[in-house]
Write a protein that binds this ligand. Structure first.
Ligand SMILES: *[C@@H]1O[C@H](CO)[C@@H](O)[C@H](O)[C@H]1NC(C)=O
Ligand SMILES: *[C@@H]1O[C@H](CO)[C@@H](O)[C@H](O)[C@H]1NC(C)=O
Length: 841
């Protein structure tokens, strides 16, 4: 840098004498300020005028809404009058805002305040909000927050593709509640405001941030300074003071410079942050005492499982000479900037500068910790500063900014395809800014990042669960492959790679065909044997399940869950690549194949393995995960008969703390469906427990869950098994292969466990943890009896050879289609007669 200092200085003078004229000229083409339910224009103190939402040519709103007014506030500020009116919706409704700018990112700000009114209890209103296919709020409600203050939510939504001129805001009341909104702001985002790539934490090569993601501003903080209101921000942003986030207030000292002396150089426009932000900072208390060794730390509560864009604003307002402030920056205790010298980037003091990082927050980590502290380099005064900080949540792979709820749960129709777009500049002033920026960037070699580094795709980086670096998952793969690759953090695979692995989807390699498509055996280039599940040509339904599966599996890693090796979403293909399970589905080992029958001990171990997998799903991750499709074909075995739960395409995140269930359309497999879920469409983890009860019955009886060719009372294994179990005679219907080797007590314990799982109501059923415990006990009973038997010669063995009921030839064909009629008098009396005279029919 030393060799070119002179040129830099010359050019700085050119720029610095015209800074504001050039850089402050961004005029957002779209500036909509909407007062929902308002009747006349409302001017705020910052000069913005909020227009009523009706009679506005750019705004249309569903007809079925109601305007709710509350008493005008008598306050010093006119601004609160925005909350005097709200629009309330009793059913899913939309605001359609037709923008002027043809495409591109827009700030979307939503105002909510549950004002008192005689007709609606807005405080307990619960609703979801989706904007152009992105879930912004999922079952949002004020009822959980103690004191009620207006809520302002800010998002950045990219308008792309066909709908690029429409911002469609959909509000969906939840379960009989209402939705409401008080105000909406839509403001164009300057080009290049948000990066297309950023450095990940921990630092590695840059990660691409796809253009179609949406952001939510979760924190925007002005270090060491006051609250900056929309009045002092050309794009009407709010910057809050940092004191509430400082972990140790005594470690920091606020400093302030003159806002008008803040310099904006190339690449940093005044739209990045106003000079009021750069003019204040926190520095180390008792700065410049060389012996000082501590960090200034800020903690921010965030939702786990998301990625965040973290933007740090720096401006050296504390030094008196260049190269005298060198410090370190950490994010979540990982180094973000090491021996960082702002002046080496800006070449002048008091110049605005910012750095972007992306942090992938694993589940259960719910805080972002930002620290600045002295560098370890000797010879510099101990000091460190930070001027401003923005933390933006990035929408996840299923297009959500609030939990893992894909928008289809709320609305199955909206499926705005996200495409790359070229942002068209229609405004000469914007073009001018860009031109100047480009020229400036050419003249000054002030690139913030090294563009030569290869960029990694965001989604592949995303799916790597950083907290699971060392996995306990045992991967069953072909002999030649090392397990190293197959710790199997889901990665993106090229379609060509998959084609090669499966010999161009050779029919001879088909392992099975499922609802989703065909499954092939494949061998990756590195020798890993994999199962390749190729989706049927794109259906929206398939796509949702595909995404859900990636989403779920990339967060989960467990010895008893099948792990995802990678996936491919290229050329309209949806392909999932899993570890290969040599033993195939459990069902094949129970009936309908030539495989040798499993011993009782093997069956118990398989049940225990699968129960561990489900127990982990229900309790191991931050959110409860409900599998929804537990059955013997979704329990796979590896070459050592270790059971793993597979197929997460229907999985759902379970109820959160304040809910008891998730309401959802009934999905799952016939014969395994929880009757309570079926009747009430309310899903809890106990629905999986029920399905697991069916699996237990299938394992001990070695017959399908539903066999329509059997007499009516035998068709459904859950009913049939339960009736025998309740009589204490489950042994009458067990797999004949088990006779003579199964310990009666172990069988009793197993039968009781299955019975409890099949309880009519979820509350009666045990948790998977209890099920696991009972199955382990059943295994101990079996093992103890084997030991006893070898000692005392089989005294404890199940003595009685049960009367095996031959499959009846009487097929009436009228089988009970729906489980919910179980227990009706007709059924139980039929079973009763069966019990009295098992061979009678
Ligand atoms: C906002 O700007 C006005 C001038 O327009 C200035 O007097 C005031 O101090 C600023 N306030 C803050 C908090 O920056
Ligand atoms: C500052 O924090 C980082 C990460 O948490 C830590 O490694 C470092 O030792 C701390 N520095 C000082 C001086 O305490």
């Amino acid at each position: 840098m030393a060799d070119s200092n002179c040129t830099h200085i010359i050019y700085f003078f050119c720029i610095l004498h015209v800074p504001y004229i050039v850089f402050a000229s961004f005029i957002p083409q779209d500036r909509f300020f909407i007062d929902c339910g308002g009747s006349e224009p409302l001017e705020l103190e910052d000069g913005r005028v909020f227009e009523p939402d009706c009679g506005n040519s750019h705004v249309s709103v569903s007809k079925n809404s109601v305007v709710v007014l509350s008493e005008p506030q008598v306050t010093a500020s006119n601004d609160l009058n925005l909350y005097n009116s709200a629009r309330v919706f009793g059913e899913t409704s939309v605001y359609n805002i037709v923008t002027k700018q043809s495409s591109g990112q827009h700030w979307l700000r939503l105002h909510f305040y549950p004002s008192e009114n005689p007709n609606y209890d807005l405080r307990s209103a619960t609703f979801s909000v989706v904007a152009n296919g992105i879930t912004l709020l999922h079952r949002f409600s004020f009822s959980n927050s103690g004191d009620i203050t207006p809520v302002l939510k800010e998002y950045v939504v990219n308008l792309t593709g066909k709908s690029s001129k429409n911002l469609v805001l959909k509000l969906s009341p939840w379960n009989g509640s209402v939705a409401f909104i008080n105000g909406i702001e839509v403001v164009s985002v300057p080009n290049k405001q948000f990066p297309s790539s950023a450095l990940p934490i921990p630092i590695e090569s840059e990660v691409e941030i796809p253009p179609n993601v949406a952001f939510e501003t979760v924190y925007r903080v002005n270090m060491g300074g006051p609250l900056i209101t929309p009045k002092n921000d050309s794009l009407w942003r709010t910057w809050e003071p940092d004191e509430p986030f400082l972990l140790n207030a005594a470690s920091a000292k606020s400093v302030a410079g003159n806002p008008s002396s803040v310099k904006y150089l190339s690449g940093v426009s005044v739209e990045i942050a106003p000079n009021w932000v750069y003019a204040t900072a926190q520095e180390m208390a008792d700065a410049n005492v060389t012996s000082q060794k501590f960090n200034i730390s800020w903690g921010f509560d965030v939702q786990d499982g998301f990625s965040y864009l973290i933007r740090m604003h720096f401006c050296d307002i504390v030094s008196t000479s260049l190269e005298s402030l060198v410090f370190n920056v950490y994010v979540n205790e990982e180094s973000a900037l090491d021996t960082f010298d702002i002046s080496s980037k800006t070449m002048v003091l008091s110049a605005a500068y910012y750095m972007d990082f992306v942090a992938n927050l694993p589940s259960r980590l719910e805080r972002i910790l930002v620290q600045v502290g002295p560098s370890n380099l000797g010879g510099f005064p101990s000091n460190a500063i930070l001027n401003g900080l923005e933390i933006m949540k990035i929408s996840n792979l299923i297009g959500s900014l609030d939990g893992n709820f894909p928008t289809d749960e709320i609305d199955s129709k909206s499926s705005s395809k996200k495409n790359w777009v070229v942002i068209a500049f229609t405004s000469a002033s914007v073009a001018l800014v860009v031109l100047v920026l480009i020229l400036a960037a050419l003249f000054f070699n002030l690139q913030r990042k090294n563009p030569k580094k290869p960029k990694r795709q965001f989604s592949s980086w995303l799916s790597i669960p950083t907290h699971l670096g060392i996995s306990d998952s045992k991967v069953s793969i072909g002999s030649s492959a090392s397990t190293a690759h197959s710790l199997g953090l889901g990665r993106i695979l090229a379609f060509s790679e998959i084609k090669e692995a499966t010999k161009n989807f050779d029919e001879g390699l088909v392992l099975g065909v499922g609802g989703f498509g065909k499954v092939y055996r494949g061998v990756l280039e590195n020798g890993t044997v994999v199962a390749v599940k190729r989706g049927n040509p794109r259906s929206q339904q398939g796509l949702t399940e595909f995404r859900t599966e990636i989403q779920m599996l990339s967060k989960l890693r467990h010895r008893h869950l099948v792990s995802l090796v990678g996936y491919c979403e290229e050329l309209n293909e949806m392909i999932l690549v899993y570890e290969f399970m040599a033993g195939g589905p459990l069902r094949k080992h129970l009936y309908g194949s030539d495989l040798p029958p499993l011993t009782w001990k093997q069956r118990l171990e398989i049940c225990i393995g699968a129960a561990k997998g489900l127990h982990y799903l229900h309790t191991g991750a931050a959110d409860i995960i409900i599998h929804r499709d537990v059955k013997t074909t979704n329990i796979l075995l590896d070459e050592n008969l270790t059971a793993k739960v597979a197929d997460f395409g229907l999985s759902k995140l379970g109820p959160t703390l304040d809910q008891t269930h998730v309401s959802t359309a009934v999905k799952g497999s016939f014969g395994y469906l929880d009757p309570e879920y079926y009747r009430r469409q309310q899903l809890t983890e106990k629905s999986d427990v029920y399905s697991f009860g069916v699996v237990l019955m299938e394992i001990i009886c070695a017959r399908p869950a539903i066999n329509p060719s059997l007499p009516r009372e035998q068709v459904n294994i859950a009913e049939w098994g339960m009736n025998w179990q309740k009589k204490g005679k489950l042994e009458k219907i067990i797999d004949p292969h088990l006779i003579g080797s199964i310990n009666l007590e172990s069988l009793r314990k197993f039968g009781e466990t299955a019975e409890k799982c099949l309880g009519e109501y979820g509350v009666e059923r045990p948790t998977m943890g209890d099920v696991l415990w009972n199955l382990e006990y059943a295994l101990q009973l079996q093992e103890a009896s084997i030991q006893a038997a070898s000692a005392e010669n089989s005294a404890n063995y199940f003595p009685d050879i049960p009367e095996w009921l031959p499959q009846n030839e009487n097929h009436s064909g009228e089988f009970a289609a729906i489980r919910s009629d179980q227990g009706s008098d007709a059924t139980s009396s039929a079973v009763f007669s069966q019990l009295m005279d098992p061979k009678g029919r």
